[in-house]
Design a protein. Structure first.
Length: 104
């Protein structure tokens, strides 16, 4: 099984142009209100059904509200052969980033 990695929000912007699969697990209505560039909306409730459409050779970046749902679904994806990165703190931390120097 592949490892699950974390990305702090201040580093997320540096990888948005990479050839990764960016997945926003929030509801369609929340995604429509605000979403990050390059993220596609696959609600957590639909992720299992969408697995066949995902490419196992490309890393997946998971984003949700707080990081909790992404952490819940990451082991499922790694068990299917995906390399998974979780945005720590979710969309909330991206909207209100914490100074990187505060991370231990």
């Amino acid at each position: 099984m592949k490892k699950i990695y974390s990305i702090i929000p201040t580093k997320l912007y540096a990888i948005l142009e990479h050839n990764y699969q960016f997945i926003d697990l929030r509801s369609p209505s929340d995604y429509q209100r605000f979403h990050l560039k390059n993220f596609q909306n696959i609600p957590a409730s639909s992720l299992l059904q969408q697995l066949p459409s995902l490419n196992t050779s490309l890393p997946i970046i998971l984003l949700c509200y707080s990081g909790r749902v992404a952490k819940q679904y990451a082991p499922l994806l790694t068990s299917k052969g995906f390399e998974v990165y979780i945005v720590e703190g979710g969309i909330n931390s991206v909207l209100y980033p914490i100074d990187e120097q505060l991370y231990f």
